[in-house]
Design a protein around this ligand. Structure first.
Ligand code: ES4
Ligand code: ZN
Length: 326
């Protein structure tokens, strides 16, 4: 089979996806009209044209602004439903989705609004398409640790729906060590732990995420290649990395796809996976990311198969579920 068809037809798992980053300009526009929210854009086209970023922060500014149109339960249902439709189209059979409660609670939109909306769409996708979904509650690292702890407490009624906690937003200047206590508390409650580290920030932040937050999986982590001792540690622990190729290009982590290190990390023996991060903002869902590796990095069939296997091995599925896909 041609590689492009294999990309499309292999059952895949996605491990790094921010639900707020799947808000398409068309839905943003429709929800702004519905809620009479004024957007600083004249048209859907103008929204798309604004998506030119020179750093993580320049993206985050638009991402938080966009999320402001999400107001009621049905908005969160529609958001989740649209992403899960893309999963079906891309043959994603399992997905572990991050959500940022603080992006919503800060605007007076609470857990009792977004969680039931997410839950309704997730149950439909499970029933209609057999897609399995885990949720990862992510703390915003530009805010304080006490605010993260407050968020963990606010989530209490929804713990059964949440598999893991994560750490995202502005990396530089907000090291993992700022969040030791909240990660320890989450771990004691039985949550898995992930954190963004080594996206824009240095390899030292990856060490901190491993040693201080005791993460079970590393989001991004591409800067690990700066530090050979760290590479050995990640290899020895078989730590999964959720790499997001198109995100990294859009946010100038690498200057172009030909210079991305993902296949080198794979060759170096790391458990690398492919993910879309914020597909609406970065111009591609999961299969687009795989296609980019084929087109610009010469990914061959054996690399593709390994990346797809890793997407299940690095998941939080129980062993017997994982093994079905390996
Ligand atoms: C994010 Cl690409 C990225 N990095 C850090 N935090 C984020 N939140 C949403 N996308
Ligand atoms: Zn991310």
């Amino acid at each position: 089979m041609k590689l492009i068809h294999l990309i499309e037809q292999l059952p895949k798992s996605e491990l790094h996806l921010h639900i707020e980053g799947t808000l398409e300009p068309e839905l943003m526009w429709a929800l702004a009209e519905k809620h009479k929210v004024s957007l600083p854009y004249e048209s859907v086209e103008a929204i798309k044209e604004a998506y030119q970023f020179d750093s993580l922060q320049s993206f985050l500014d638009l991402y938080y602004q966009g999320a402001d149109v999400l107001r009621d339960e049905d908005d969160f249902y529609q958001l989740m439903r649209q992403y899960l439709q893309h999963c079906k189209a891309d043959n994603i059979v399992h997905t572990e989705i991050m959500f940022d409660p603080q992006t919503h609670t800060a605007r007076g939109v609470g857990f009792d609004i977004f969680m039931p909306g997410f839950q309704r769409a997730i149950e439909e996708a499970r029933r209609e398409w057999g897609i399995s979904v885990y949720l990862i509650m992510s703390f915003l690292r530009h805010l304080s640790e006490p605010e993260a702890i407050e968020t963990l407490n606010q989530a209490r009624a929804y713990y059964p729906l949440i598999t893991a906690v994560g750490l995202d937003s502005s990396e530089k200047g907000n090291p993992p060590e700022k969040f030791i206590k909240v990660f320890a508390a989450a771990r004691a409650l039985g949550f898995k732990c992930v954190a963004h580290a080594g996206e824009e920030g240095p390899a030292d932040y990856i060490w901190q995420a491993l040693d201080l937050l005791k993460i079970d999986r590393l989001d991004h982590g591409v800067r690990a290649s700066d530090d050979q001792a760290l590479m050995a540690r990640l290899r020895d622990e078989n730590m999964a990395l959720t790499v997001c190729p198109q995100s990294n290009i859009k946010l100038c982590v690498f200057d172009n796809m030909q210079h991305h290190n993902i296949l080198q990390l794979l060759e170096d023996g790391l458990c690398v996976t492919v993910n879309s991060d914020d597909p609406s903002y970065f111009g591609g869902y999961l299969n687009d990311n795989y296609r980019a590796l084929m087109t610009h990095l010469g990914m061959d069939e054996s690399a593709l198969v390994q990346l797809v296997k890793n997407s299940f091995m690095g998941s939080f599925l129980p062993a017997e579920e994982k093994n079905k896909w390996l």
